[in-house]
Design a protein around this ligand. Structure first.
Ligand code: FAD
Length: 403
C-alpha cells in the first residue's frame, strides 16, 4: 500500500482526494491543512460571504466523507519540511508522514506592499476564511472602503461594499482594470458599470506615501492627492506558495515547475493548482493560473499520474467573477492581438466578446451571457483536441457562433 500525502487542503487538494476516492484506491491518503477548519470553497469569500452577515463557509466535503474514504485530515498542522531522500513530510506538530507519492497543493498567499506595514487594524487582505471573517466584521464600523488594485477580488468586494452603501474608491496603477486577464473592451465596460454605480475608479495612478497613526492607516497618496483611509483592502494579487518546495530543492520559477503530467523535478512529487508553473499545451509557454478550473482539472490529471495512467494536462482554462450586476465569464486564453467580434445579448447589459487568433476562436469573454460561455467552452474544447480527427474546423466557430 502506497501512502499519498497531499499538502494543502484547498480546491486542488480536495479535488485530488475526490478523484482518488472515486477509483476505490486502497492507498492511505493524508490531507495536510495549514488552516484549522475543514476545507472550504474560496470564491464565495469575496461574493456572498461579504454580502450576507449570516453566510457560513461552504465546506467541500463533510468530515464524515473524509473518514469514510480513509483520508486522514490534519487540520491546523502545516507541513514544515520535506525529506525527499527519506520520502517523508514533517508537520508542525512534529508528526512525520512517510510517502510513496507527495502532492504539493499549497496555493498562493496574498501579495503585500513593501512600504505598507503588516498588522494595521484597518488594512485587509482576502485569501482565507479568517481574512474574510475579519473583513466582514469591519463593515459595521466602516463608512468607506479604499481598494488598492483593480483585479477580480478587489472589484468584487468594491461592488459589494457599494451595495452595502459605502463610499468606495478603487486605485489601480495599470492603465485599465483587470489588465492582465481581460481585453481592453471588457475592462472599459466593467469600469463604466462600476462608475455608474457610484464607485470612484482611478486607473494609472501611483500609490504611496502611507501615513500610519497608531495601529491604523490614516491616509495615502494617490497620484499626488492625499486620500484619507477608513478601511482599506489590499487587492494587489497573489504570490505562489512554494517555500516548502524550494526548501527541499525542487525547481521553482514563478511557482513550482511541473511537466505536462504535473510532475515536479522529483518524479515522486507532484504539484497542482495555483502554486504550479506548467507548460501550456497550445503555446508551449509556461503558465501559472489562479482559478478553480485549473485547480480541479490539474488534480484530476495528477490522480491519473498516481494511478499509472498519466494523461497530459490539456484542459481549457475558464474563469468567472461576480461584480455587482455583472457576471463575467471567460473561456480560453486571450490572444495578444487579432480579430475581435462583439456578439450582442438579449439586453445591453448582456453580450460576449469573441477573440480570434489566426482566424481561429481563441477566447470568449461573456457578460451576463452564461449560454454563450457554455457554448464557447464546448467549441474551444473541440478546437484543443490533440486528435486531428476530433479537432473542429477552425472556420466553424466563427460561422456558427456569430449571428
Ligand atoms: P488554495 O485554495 O489557495 O489552497 C491552498 C491551501 O494550501 C491553503 O489552504 C493553504 O493554507 C494551504 N497550505 C499552504 N502551505 C501549506 C503547508 N505548508 N502545509 C499545509 N497547508 C498549506 N477562482 C475562480 O475560478 N473564480 C472565482 O470567482 C474566484 N474567486 C475567488 C475569490 C477569492 C476571495 C479568492 C481568495 C480566490 C478566488 N478564486 C476564484 C481563485 C480560487 O479560489 C483559487 O484558484 C483556488 O482556490 C486554487 O486552489 P488551490 O488548491 O491551488 O489553492
Amino acid at each position: 500500500m502506497t501512502d499519498i500525502v497531499i499538502v494543502g487542503g484547498g480546491h486542488a487538494g480536495v479535488q485530488l482526494c475526490g478523484a482518488l476516492a472515486a477509483t476505490g484506491l486502497s492507498a492511505r491518503v493524508h490531507l495536510v491543512c495549514e488552516e484549522p477548519v475543514l476545507p472550504y470553497q474560496r470564491p464565495p469569500l469575496s461574493k456572498g460571504y461579504q454580502k450576507n452577515a449570516d453566510a457560513t463557509l461552504q465546506w467541500h466535503r463533510g468530515d464524515a466523507w473524509f473518514a469514510e474514504h480513509g483520508i486522514t485530515l490534519h487540520l491546523g498542522d502545516p507541513a514544515i519540511a520535506v525529506d525527499r531522500a527519506g520520502r517523508s513530510v514533517t508537520l508542525a506538530s512534529g508528526r512525520v508522514l512517510p510517502y510513496g507519492w507527495l502532492v504539493l497543493a499549497t496555493g498562493t498567499r496574498a501579495r503585500r506592499l513593501p512600504h505598507l506595514p503588516d498588522g494595521l487594524a484597518n488594512v485587509h487582505v482576502l485569501r482565507t476564511a479568517a481574512d474574510a471573517e475579519r473583513l466582514r466584521a469591519a463593515w459595521a464600523g466602516s463608512r468607506s472602503l479604499t481598494v488598492l488594485g483593480g483585479g477580480f477580488i478587489g472589484l468584487e468586494v468594491a461592488a459589494t461594499a457599494r451595495a452595502l452603501g459605502k463610499d468606495v474608491c478603487v486605485l489601480e496603477s495599470a492603465p485599465r482594470l483587470m489588465q492582465r486577464a481581460v481585453s481592453p473592451e471588457l475592462s472599459a465596460h466593467v469600469e463604466g458599470v462600476h462608475r455608474a454605480s457610484g464607485i470612484d475608479v482611478r486607473t494609472g495612478v501611483a500609490v504611496g506615501g502611507f501615513e500610519v497613526d497608531g495601529d491604523r492607516l490614516a491616509a495615502l497618496q494617490a497620484g499626488g492627492e492625499r486620500l484619507a483611509v477608513d478601511t482599506l483592502l489590499l487587492g494587489v494579487g497573489a504570490v505562489p506558495e512554494h517555500s516548502l518546495a524550494s526548501a527541499c530543492g525542487l525547481d521553482c520559477d514563478n511557482g513550482i515547475v511541473v511537466d505536462e503530467h504535473l510532475r515536479t523535478s522529483d518524479p515522486q512529487v507532484l504539484a497542482i493548482g495555483d502554486c504550479t508553473s506548467f507548460p501550456e499545451p497550445t503555446s508551449g509557454r509556461r503558465l501559472r493560473l489562479e482559478s478553480v478550473q485549473n485547480a480541479n482539472d490539474q488534480a484530476k490529471a495528477a490522480a491519473a499520474s498516481i494511478l499509472g495512467a498519466p494523461q497530459p494536462y490539456r484542459a481549457l482554462p475558464w474563469f468567472w467573477s461576480e461584480q455587482g450586476t455583472m457576471r463575467l465569464q471567460m473561456a480560453g486564453l486571450m490572444p495578444p492581438d487579432g480579430e475581435r467580434l462583439r456578439r450582442p445579448g438579449a439586453t445591453p447589459a448582456s453580450f460576449s466578446w469573441l477573440h480570434y487568433a489566426g482566424g481561429r476562436l481563441a477566447c470568449v469573454e461573456s457578460v451576463n451571457a452564461p449560454m454563450d460561455h457554455m457554448a464557447a467552452r464546448r467549441l474551444l474544447e473541440l478546437g484543443r483536441s490533440p486528435d486531428p480527427a476530433q479537432a473542429v474546423d477552425p472556420a466553424v466557430p466563427l460561422k456558427s457562433f456569430v449571428p
